[in-house]
Design a protein around this ligand. Sequence first.
Ligand code: 8DG
Ligand code: MN
Ligand code: MN
Length: 366
Amino acid sequence: QAAAAEVQMFSVPSYACQRRTTLENHNAVLTDALSLLAENAELSDQEGRGVAFRRAAAVLKALPGPVTGLTQLRGLPCLGEHSLRVIKDILENGASDEVESTRQSEHFKALKVLTGIFGVGPKTAERWIREGIHSLIQLRESGHTLNRAQQAGLLHYDDLNRPVTRAEADAITEVVVRAVVAVAPGAEVTLTGGFRRGKLTGHDVDFLITHPEEGREEGLMSKVVSWLRSQGFLLYEKTTRNSYLESTEGPARPASNMDRFERCLTIFKLDEDQRPGSEETKLWRAVRVDLVVSPISQFAFALLGWTGSKLFERELRRWAGHEKAMSLSSHALYDNNQSRYHRATSEEEIFAHLGLEFVPPSERNA
Ligand code: 8DG
Ligand code: MN
Ligand code: MN
């Protein structure tokens, strides 16, 4: 009984946006396993299952210490039967058969390799796998016509699958600032995404660009991109109107401003210092960079929306909808009860409108 009393019980709130999740993870073995199952579900068109595993992993990431026994998890939110079974297997046997067989499966490995190509999503990868294509060599030999993004993705495959370091992100920040200063003095550049949350590496580098005078951000993206192109910094670029999550018409999407809110997916050519004694002759590497331009009136929403993590964002919107009858996007916050938009000039104000304690970027690593 004395021993039982010493078992540390955990307690966390239900929504990831109510929790503080730093990069310090005391349960990495468990969360890696659940994340792998989440990834497999997402790659297999099972979004619901994917979210369930992501939520379970996020709960474990938020715990103040390592889980040693299932009893500690009693009463915790988001831990379904399936996730608990995986956790139990790992605690008792050191591994989960389901996780290990997924990891080893030819299908999962092929999905990983093919979706590792920039421009290739799960649907395309699945179609190719059904034709017997499991590797880059088989894809090259298949004679499939690839679109421009996929061609660039294949060409720079190794670089784009090598993590971007903080130092590389800083070097790219300098270039983006130079571009923005050159074409629009007064405009401002903010590093977003994982690096804003304090991550030491990332799969890309994300930037948000705005101008303190409303309207002066119009046309900014094409000027910035032209400058970067003319200076030889771009290996690939595609500018689109922002369509993610905002693709459905709704109150959280102020239609009048949509054309001002642009994103550009790029591949940068970044000069690299040659390692002493290295045989390598390539003096640069390719890096994925996302550029987003937002009008200053929407900046706080864009900043919150582009800082992530993806699960944290999803949970913020779920909280807004289910608990507050509001709809949150990276453009605006609409209050369905009051039938009006809430203004905000900082992330702090958005959390306050949502009735949430402010969570700084470094604690949004859910
Ligand atoms: P990583 O690159 O280090 O792997 O992690 P990350 O920086 O957290 O992931 P990310 O894939 O670069 O995404 C950063 C944030 O941007 C994330 O919260 C989701 C958000 N985001 C997209 N695409 C879009 C979009 O089209 N619109 C909006 N509003 N947000 C988006 O990734
Ligand atoms: Mn990123
Ligand atoms: Mn990104």
